[in-house]
Design a protein around this ligand. Structure first.
Ligand code: GLU
Length: 291
């Protein structure tokens, strides 16, 4: 990697307090940048404005400062960027790779149950493509009549345009992306004007991120991100999907496990050094966090 300025990022969603899993993700990003004399940026992924609480954002900054984690450059805040995401959505619409979908969640589940299809482990239900074949007139009429709809990416068209491009994972090696593998994902809907999949790709490109470090629960999503990068002509970073922390039962730690929040561990008397030591211990123990 010599010669290439390495730029990584930590991209938490402040919908709950930061927990030890976030500490691991932040350290991975910081360490990779530091190992190459690069930069580690901070991005607040708060597009789901229904799930955000201003006090969580304050707590996040306080936790990061307490942990002694520092970031380079300006903080990017997704909820201030809906105009940017909208212009990329328009580009996709103009390319003919986005289509409106009028199916409700219940209808999709019923269609999939009828087809005998189970949800995917990390990406949930894969859309069976019902509205993909609606005529432009029918779709326009439904929109004009005020029917609620989402905008989905037509992965077959994407695949026709970009084929099956590669991406590189630092731990797992070269991967081949098959755009159609996970169905036509939603890129926007009424109450959610831009989806995670779109924003993450646009923002990684705009921030010049060269190495995306994140949990392995997002490994499959990277295929979707690679497809979006391909069709939008955006640069393709390298990826490193790190393993996740788990509890004694093997369940991955999540925000709802309040006892592992940084704030509660701090309140229980932990110092940042002790927390990092405990994290090292957990990593040496197969990622089991049993505090
Ligand atoms: N915002 C996501 C999270 O908090 C991380 C997304 C990413 O790293 O791409 O889990």
């Amino acid at each position: 990697m010599r010669g290439i300025p390495v730029i990584t990022r930590f991209a938490p969603s402040p919908s709950g307090p930061l927990h030890v899993g976030h500490l691991l993700a932040a350290l991975r990003a910081r360490q990779l940048a530091d190992a190459h004399g690069g930069q580690c940026l901070l991005r607040v992924e708060d597009i789901d404005t229904r799930a955000q609480h201003p006090e969580m954002l304050e707590l996040m900054h306080a936790d990061l400062a307490w942990l002694g984690l520092h970031f380079d450059g300006e903080v990017m805040v997704q909820s201030r960027r809906f105009g940017v995401y909208n212009s990329w959505l328009k580009k996709l619409r103009d390319m003919g790779v986005l289509y409106p979908c009028f199916c409700s969640r219940g209808e999709i589940k019923a269609q999939l149950a009828e087809m005998g299809r189970a949800p995917h482990a990390t990406l949930g239900y894969q859309y069976p493509g019902t509205c993909r074949s609606l005529s432009p007139n029918e779709a326009a009429e439904r929109i004009a009549s005020g029917m609620p709809h989402a905008w989905r990416l037509n992965m077959q068209r994407v695949q026709d345009i970009i084929g099956c491009p590669q991406w590189h994972d630092l731990r797992r090696g070269t991967q081949r992306c098959v755009p159609t593998a996970f169905g036509d994902v939603v890129l926007a809907r009424r109450e959610f004007p831009a989806s995670y999949h779109l924003c993450v790709v646009v923002d990684d490109a705009e921030q010049g991120v060269t190495h995306v470090t994140r949990g392995e629960d997002l490994f499959d999503a990277t295929h979707i991100h690679r497809a979006i990068q391909g069709v939008l002509g955006l640069p393709v970073p390298a990826y490193c999907h790190h393993s996740l922390l788990r509890d004694n039962a093997g369940k991955r730690l999540a925000k709802r496990d309040g006892a592992r929040s940084i704030a509660s561990l701090r309140a229980a008397g932990y110092t940042p050094e002790l927390l990092r030591e405990s994290l090292q211990k957990a990593l040496g123990n197969g990622g089991i966090w049993n505090i």
